[in-house]
Design a protein around this ligand. Structure first.
Ligand code: ADP
Ligand code: MG
Ligand code: MG
Length: 877
């Protein structure tokens, strides 16, 4: 097998289609080289070698030596320099690159190939000793950290001391001699910490670095990132070895990162940062504050240092052309890394850029309107789950704010919470259910778990493309970065004379960069513009309808604003819990005979009727599925003595009798107890009252809906027949009394395996099925929803279920029952209406399954309705 693939100098052994083999970085370097962009030559060791390396216990097969030697020869031939040549040495970078981009997760080594001899050669040929020694000290520092895994703080300390001793402020203030001295100190440090001298053989250096990149695939931070992003460990990383180009060769050299459009807001404007006379990670590491790419961005920010457009107009023009070319070529917004070496532009990386949900929407809609992509592609590109970011509240613009300071608006959205200063503290507090804001000088990949746990992130240093900003945008966390006025230490954060301690409440606005003391109230977002456009396109494509699970007029209103086309599940028991009614409900439950129950139900009837009037009015003729009473009765019982006393007063029954009656209702396993249609079978008067309330409401309205009355927890056809008779009788009674009729349907939830299996005959008695996948999951898996948390995480971690089956439908098991019931139901009744009303109705993967089985609609909670609309469209593409 071939493991090494070359690129550059007119050669491209691979291309953009090879990302599984070469990793994203390698495949795109090949692609850029093949379309004629200036890419330093190099080669990629393919991802399968990662597994081989681990299988061999951290060794490489002999065949790889020859292949790598060929790869180096390729670079030597194109650059005209030789690896290890003391007179004119070839230097390379060793870079990781997995299939999916894992920003900042893996380690990169720059300037490899420098040693005590080649550094002199580099100084001579470049005519710049300062540059040569700066590169050498960077190399020793990186290599010691990444490959030798020595304590990097010792190296940073040595640099800090060197600066202090000389009264310098910036790294760029150090002279060739200063760097030379520091290199001596670094080498002594390596000897002290590692017990051996710094490797002088360039081939040892190269193989050490290649091993370290493969090794970093199993580092803790890489594992955390993979877990959070569902990246399988089996993919492995590739290793890229590439000729160095130098952004640190003086004032005509620079390095930078850019996006072809604004990754935060989505505007069609170049967006990025660069630093003159700098190398690689300097821009993202926040060592110096980077400068803007464009003049417009600099002016908008009111910043002074010249933008790249102003400082290097010619190279900037070239770069802008490359941006346009790459965007057209990849038909997507690109995230680009480049270096300018003495006025010559070099491309070092391109990939589809991570973006906020807001930017994703704008970019997709704009690109479709520009004709760059189709509407279908625009729809396919939006992650439905990410819409969540847009549907949630932002800061109330009218609310007073106690603004402490302002940083960069690095990731939009607002968040309030208690201040914590470490990632671990954020994680601990979040586990306790607290909202926290993670405040750091700057973040590093070690902080990922804390950033994930936090509601928002605030950093004192770092630009718009700093680690904190990139990661926060990817996670959808609000982030304010580079709030330079902050000083942080010893459990307090200071701004001027203000102090914020650990545990104090802080609010950040990632859309404006504002940092505020205390909590600030929020308002609902506006769902127009690009959001509306994309939703409209999605609605034009999807086949399934999207309904909502809602029982209050407010929920119904919200869901309709989000585009719901009906109610898929109205749980009537929620109405029973209301304070004004609970006494009548309790009276009904505790009554000793039918007459007693009827008396209490009489009082509930007008209340239920007005609920339905309101709901039907809000839904304005759209279909409404109403589920009759479902939970075990004891859920409504009084607990506290005071509640029993109130009840005794209201009913005239003495407390002891009430308590005895309550005790009688106790069940050992209420989920499988006296609930659902079993209540209707034993106490038909309850369902009769509910049905009556529904019909009285329906006939009273001009635009009468077609109520879909749903009987819960049916296992047999006979149960449904009996309950349908109760409903029909109530309907006829109301129609006779009022002289008005409405159409209605009676159907059932399919939430017991028996019901799914017997769906063929159940469909004889019912006109629709709604899959109650919460209970169906519980009853099929034999897993109690309320007790599952204790072990389900372990189940998912050990791969027993791919995802929590209560969040994403267990397609193989529960899904098979759904499919079978749908088929059997349809065989009996060709036009049977089929829907889903479990939590799964708002989960994109489950929605794709519903499309595949041909359900008529999904029903989701109000805030998930837009997610469901988009997911249903994607499923239909
Ligand atoms: P990451 O995946 O963390 O972005 P990279 O492999 O892209 O790591 O390397 C980080 C940075 O190092 C690049 O953005 C670039 O600035 C610099 N770099 C990498 N390879 C080279 C090279 N051959 N010449 C000059 N700079 C390089
Ligand atoms: Mg990179
Ligand atoms: Mg149920």
């Amino acid at each position: 097998t071939q493991y090494v693939y070359r690129f550059g100098g007119g050669v491209s052994d691979g291309g953009r289609g090879d990302r599984n083999l070469l990793g994203g970085k390698g495949a795109n370097l090949d692609e850029m080289a093949s379309i004629g962009l200036p890419v330093p030559p190099g080669f990629t060791i393919s991802t399968p070698m990662c597994a081989v390396y681990y299988d061999e216990g951290g060794k490489f097969p002999d065949s790889l030596k020859a292949e790598v030697a060929n790869g180096i020869a390729h670079i030597e031939q194109i650059t005209g320099k030789r690896f290890g040549d003391a007179a004119d040495p070839l230097l390379v970078s060793v870079r990781s690159g997995a299939r999916a981009s894992m920003p900042g997760m893996m380690d990169t080594v720059l300037n490899l190939g420098l040693n005590d001899a080649t550094v002199e050669g580099l100084a001579t040929v470049s005519g710049d000793a300062r540059f040569a020694w700066d590169s050498y000290r960077r190399f020793i520092q990186m290599y010691s950290d990444v490959v030798l895994e020595l304590d990097h703080s010792r190296f940073e300390e040595a640099l800090e001391i060197a600066k202090e001793d000389n009264g310098y402020y910036l790294d760029t203030d150090l002279t060739a001699d200063d760097w030379r001295k520091l290199v001596d100190e670094y080498k002594a440090l390596v000897q002290e910490l590692w017990g051996k001298p710094f490797p002088q053989d360039v081939h040892d250096q190269l193989w050490g670095a290649i091993g370290a990149v493969f090794g970093s695939w199993q580092s803790e931070r890489a594992k955390v990132y993979r877990r959070l992003n569902d990246i399988p460990a089996s993919w492995g990383t590739a290793v890229n070895v590439q000729a160095m180009v130098f952004g640190n060769m003086g004032d005509t050299s620079a390095t930078g990162v850019a996006f072809t459009r604004d990754p935060s807001k989505g505007d069609n404007a170049y967006y990025g940062e660069f630093l003159i006379n700098a190398q690689g990670e300097d821009v993202v590491a926040g060592i110096r504050t980077p400068q803007y790419l464009t003049k417009a961005a600099r002016e908008a920010a009111g910043a002074k240092p010249a933008s790249m457009e102003e400082a290097m107009p010619e190279v900037y023009g070239e770069l802008a052309n490359v941006f346009d070319l790459l965007e057209r070529h990849y038909r997507d917004m690109q995230d680009i890394e480049f270096t300018v070496q003495q006025g010559k532009l070099w491309m070092l990386q391109t990939r589809s850029g991570k973006r906020t949900a807001k930017a994703a929407l704008k970019i997709a809609v704009d690109m479709a309107n520009e004709g760059l992509i189709t509407r279908e592609e625009a729809i396919a590109r939006i992650d439905p789950a990410a819409l969540d970011q847009l549907l949630h509240p932002t800061l109330d613009p009218k609310a007073p704010r106690d603004v402490l300071t302002k940083g960069l608006p690095a990731s939009p959205g607002a968040a309030s919470g208690k201040v914590v200063f470490t990632a671990d503290a954020a994680e601990t507090a979040a586990k306790d259910g607290q909202d926290v804001i993670l405040v750091r000088v700057e973040t590093s990949p070690e902080d990922i778990h804390g950033m994930h746990a936090a509601k928002g992130i605030l950093t004192a240093r770092g630009g718009m493309t700093s680690h904190a900003a990139v990661v926060a945008r990817g996670m959808g966390r609000p982030c304010v970065s580079g709030a330079g006025a902050l000083s942080i230490g010893n459990g307090v954060m200071r701004v001027g004379d203000r102090e914020v301690k650990e545990g104090d409440i802080l609010t950040i606005d990632g859309s404006t960069g504002e940092v505020m003391a205390g909590a600030v109230p929020t308002v609902q977002p506006e769902l127009s513009g690009d959001f509306g456009t994309l939703m409209e396109w999605a609605d034009g494509i999807r086949r399934m309808k999207v309904r909502t699970n809602a029982e209050t007029p407010l929920d119904c209103r919200t869901a309709r604003d989000f585009g719901a086309e009906g109610i898929g599940l109205c749980r009537t028991e929620h109405m029973f819990f209301e304070a004004s009614r609970i006494t009548s409900v309790r009276q009904m439950i505790l009554a000793s005979d039918e007459a007693g129950r009827r008396a209490a139900l009489e009082k509930l009837l007008p209340e239920q009727r007005s609920d339905f009037v309101e709901i039907f009015e809000t839904m304005a003729g759209l279909p409404c599925t109403i589920r009759l009473l479902d939970p075990p009765l004891h859920e409504f019982l009084p607990h506290a003595d005071a509640e029993f006393e109130d009840l005794a007063t209201a009913t005239g029954i003495d407390i002891d009798t009430l308590k005895r009656r309550a005790a009688e209702l106790h069940e050992f396993n209420p989920m499988l107890g006296h609930r659902g249609c079993r209540l209707g079978v034993t106490y038909p008067e309850i369902y009769e009252m509910q049905a009556r309330a529904i019909f009285e409401a329906a006939v009273s309205l001009e635009a009468a809906p077609v109520p879909e009355i749903m009987i819960p927890l049916v296992a047999t056809k006979r149960e449904l027949e009996l309950m349908k008779a109760v409903v029909d009788k109530a309907a006829e009674a109301v129609f006779a009394e009022t002289g008005k009729r409405v159409d209605y349907l009676v159907g059932t939830m399919i939430e017991l395996p028996r019901a799914a299996l017997r769906a063929g005959e159940i469909a004889e008695a019912g006109q629709f099925f709604s899959f109650g996948t919460n209970d169906l999951t519980q009853t099929t898996l034999g897993v109690s929803r309320d007790d599952a948390a204790r072990f389900l995480t372990d189940y998912v971690e050990q791969g027993i279920y791919a995802k929590d089956p209560f969040v994403s439908l267990d397609v193989e098991g529960v899904g098979e029952l759904v499919k079978l019931a749908a088929e059997r139901g349809r065989a009996t009744r060709g036009d049977i209406k089929l829907g889903i009303c479990g939590e799964h109705g708002g989960d994109p993967a489950s929605i794709a399954f519903c499309e595949a089985v041909g359900l008529d609609y999904v029903s989701a909670s109000p805030y998930r309705v837009p997610i469901a609309r988009l997911a249903a469209a994607q499923a239909a593409l």
